[in-house]
Design a protein around this ligand. Structure first.
Ligand SMILES: Nc1nc2c(ncn2[C@@H]2O[C@H](COP(=O)(O)OP(=O)(O)OP(=O)(O)O)[C@@H](O)[C@H]2O)c(=O)[nH]1
Ligand SMILES: [Mg+2]
Length: 327
């Protein structure tokens, strides 16, 4: 048996592959974790009584991590209410109660926990990745392709960023790393034509997943946003159920702006989820809670580094545990 085929069988046996690595999450979220966890520890250690000053300090910590003024105050009120039922009110109890409060924010914001494309009913399953310049789209497409390949799926990447000359080369390198195929045309070609060819090839070759990379665009530029609507229409013409997912990639270190971007992109395409990247580079990972709460869009993945393995499946309770320490 060919080595490649053996590998494929091995990967298929693994079944539903989730890229969740607790150590990676921990190191990737270290900055936010220390901004929240270590500072809470400082705020409560040695305090005989948890008075208003302590709660005020806790609220400040949450605000500094970018959870927003309103949400932070709501969390602290919830923590206070929950603490009433705790017989021992020490540092450990504070963490437990906070973990509880933060997890429920995510749970109440979206029902998804486990993102898994429905390959059975939709083949090929089509994912389009959109976002402003430099958000991390191309990198995310490469990492996502790797995740699907690891799950034993066949993947084609469509290089619909025909705007920048270097974009093709960058995506091609990612396709090689992830061991998947790619469809590309010269720079300046109509992005929709690349999309058409990619989806057509996926149908002909019975490929499981298509991931389309698109050019970065300012969400305030109408003509560029129209181009995305056109891509969506072209896909639908070939497959009436598609695209299955349109993911907006947002840079986690840009804070509130992510929410504005999501609102603007939603006007041109039907966003189905958000991928928050570069959480490793920021101490303000609390933005994830604000984003989840305000947009109520699923978060299939988060980016916690530049490596191929650094696109981690998002899991509500694991995310909170990683930030608040009981992991
Ligand atoms: N630290 C870190 N860097 C990331 C992450 N995701 C992407 N990057 C980096 O962000 C930079 C921009 O990433 P790209 O993938 O090129 O972004 P893009 O959205 O495709 O950019 P345009 O196509 O120019 O709009 C690169 O240097 C990536 O390595 C992440 O999760 N963590
Ligand atoms: Mg790109």
């Amino acid at each position: 048996m060919q080595l490649e085929q053996q590998n494929l069988l091995k990967r298929e046996k693994m079944g539903l592959f989730k890229n969740i690595n607790i150590d990676k999450l921990k190191s990737g979220l270290a900055k936010t974790r220390s901004a929240i966890f270590n500072r809470i520890s400082e705020a409560v250690t040695g305090k005989v009584k948890l008075d208003e000053d302590v709660f005020h300090e806790l609220e400040e910590i949450l605000i500094t991590s970018d959870m927003g003024v309103e949400l932070s105050s709501e969390i602290i009120e919830d923590v206070k209410r929950k603490l009433v039922y705790e017989s021992v009110r020490n540092e450990e109890t504070i963490y437990k109660v906070m973990e509880n409060s933060l997890t429920s924010i995510l749970e109440n914001s979206f029902t998804n926990v486990e993102y898994e494309p429905d390959y059975t009913n939709f083949k090929p399953y089509i994912i389009v990745v959109v976002g402003v310049n430099g958000a991390g789209k191309t990198t995310t497409v490469g990492k996502m392709a790797h995740n699907f390949y690891q799950a034993g799926r066949t993947v084609i990447i469509g290089a619909a960023d025909t705007f920048r000359a270097a974009a093709n080369e960058q995506l091609e390198i990612w396709a090689q790393r992830a061991k998947v195929s790619i469809v590309q045309k010269g720079s300046g070609a109509d992005p929709s034509s690349v999309v058409y060819e990619t989806v057509k090839k996926a149908i002909d070759e019975k490929v499981d997943v298509v991931i389309i990379d698109t050019a970065g665009r300012l969400h305030t530029k109408n003509n560029l946003m129209d181009e995305l609507s056109k891509i969506q229409r072209v896909i639908k013409k070939l497959l009436d159920y598609a695209p299955n997912d349109i993911f907006l990639v947002v840079d986690g270190s840009t804070g509130q702006n992510a929410i504005q971007q999501a609102k603007a992109f939603s006007k041109s395409v039907n966003l189905t989820g958000l991928i928050i990247t570069k959480l490793d580079g920021t101490a303000k990972g609390g933005i994830v809670f604000q984003i989840a709460r305000e947009l109520k869009l699923k978060i299939p993945y988060i980016g916690v580094g530049e490596g191929i393995d650094d696109l981690q499946n998002f899991d509500n309770s694991l995310f909170v545990k990683t930030l608040i320490g009981s992991n």
